[in-house]
Design a protein around this ligand. Structure first.
Ligand code: ADP
Length: 376
């Protein structure tokens, strides 16, 4: 029996059937005794009153017999109803327990979860709606557990990230106060740099929380891919020139359009291209390539830079993940949030993002896809 509705229907039928059966048996067992008792008391009365009955007396006796018969039927039905009610309550109790006990389990589990015991799960037996509800409940509990773990990790990560620049600022200030550090421009410059790092981190965190909470609006429109890439290249060209890294664009010969939010895609492209420049030493090169494939537009940003060791590849999009924290810091890198945000944006557009690298010193290629505008 699959659905709870048919189970309930069946349980009503069983209760009804048991009630009827008990009534019949009770009537069958109690009716003869009740009948003879009532009839006997009726027969005794005229004998006591004497003999010689007229017509009126006969009619009176008939009425009295009928009254006694009715009383006998009511008495027997009374017992039968009592027995049927007790039987129905017992059967109903057994059936309702089977339905209510999983609900009680879920109630208890939800209270334990709200008290912070996120590992709580319920048993999902059978294949009716209650079993499905139990499965959904467990799924929800699992999600809550993950969210809680993520929240804890985030707080840990954030405090760790904040501690580093704060310790540096505190150390420099103490050095200045004690006269250990000279009060030169260089010292102030260092403190200023750390404060700026803190500011960037706070900005990144704000952006990350906005993105993860999906508290932003996507303005999806057809966008010309070459225009987008040129916009990003123009913005970064000066930095490329200063670092003496060559930026090459490999764009499709025919106009190609994507369905996307302009600002977000520019942000993703800028992040990948700026990273490529950051992790590529002077005289290296970065190539931004775009081509169409199966309803999507494929972007890739390839560099001849430091590369990414294989063991880091799968974590590179995790928040606060940096391959080498000190290297990233020296390279003027951020807090390891840029790629996390890029991944969010690409995936909310219905695309995917991934990275390839042959290893340390062998450069990297970041790829992402965005749905193409299909012209009808
Ligand atoms: P960050 O702001 O620290 O650059 P990202 O999220 O943009 O943060 O990047 C995370 C980490 O990925 C970087 O710290 C760096 O270690 C690595 N990374 C990103 N892009 C490249 C690249 N093109 N070459 C080598 N490593 C890279």
């Amino acid at each position: 029996m699959k659905s709870i509705r048919s189970k309930l229907l069946l349980s009503y039928l069983v209760v009804l059937l048991v009630g009827v059966l008990v009534t019949l048996i009770s009537v069958y067992l109690t009716a003869p005794a009740a009948y003879s008792r009532h009839m006997m008391s009726a027969e005794e009365m005229p004998m006591m009153q004497g003999q010689g009955m007229g017509m009126g007396a006969q009619r009176g006796q008939g009425q009295a017999q009928y009254g006694n018969f009715r009383a006998a039927v009511f008495e027997s039905l009374g017992y039968a109803t009592l027995a049927a009610t007790v039987a129905a309550i017992l059967v109903g109790f057994v059936f309702s327990r089977r339905i209510i006990s999983p609900l009680l389990d879920m109630m208890k589990a939800s209270r334990r979860i709200s008290d912070g015991h996120y590992g709580e799960r319920v048993q999902a037996e059978g294949d009716d709606e209650l079993a499905q509800l139990a499965l959904d409940f467990n799924h929800m509990a699992e999600k809550l557990e993950q969210t809680e773990a993520m929240r804890r990790r985030l707080i840990g990560d954030v405090s760790h990230e904040l501690r580093t620049p704060l310790t540096a600022i505190k150390g420099s200030m103490e050095g200045l106060i004690d006269g250990v550090l000279p009060s030169t421009n260089e010292t102030y410059e260092q403190i200023h740099q750390e404060a700026a790092r803190l500011g960037r981190l706070v900005d990144d965190l704000q952006e990350l929380s906005r993105v993860e909470a999906r508290a932003y609006h996507l303005d999806i429109r057809p966008l010309d891919v070459s225009t987008l890439v040129h916009t990003v290249a123009k913005r970064l060209q000066r930095s490329f020139d200063e670092k003496r890294v060559t930026l090459t664009l490999d764009l499709p010969a025919h106009p190609l359009q994507i369905l996307a939010d302009e600002d977000r895609i520019i942000q993703v492209l800028t992040n990948l291209t700026a990273n490529a420049m950051q992790y590529t030493p002077a005289t290296g090169s970065v190539t931004v390539k775009v081509h169409a494939e199966e309803g999507m537009v494929h972007f890739s940003v390839q560099d001849t830079g430091v590369g990414i060791p294989a063991e880091h590849l799968e974590h590179i999009f995790d928040r606060f993940y940096r391959v080498d924290k000190s290297r990233s810091r020296q390279a003027g890198g951020g807090s390891g949030i840029g790629l996390t945000i890029a991944k969010h944006f690409v995936e909310t557009h219905g695309g995917s993002i991934w990275v390839e690298s042959a290893g340390e010193g062998k450069g990297s290629i970041f790829h992402f896809t965005i749905p193409a505008e299909i012209k009808k």
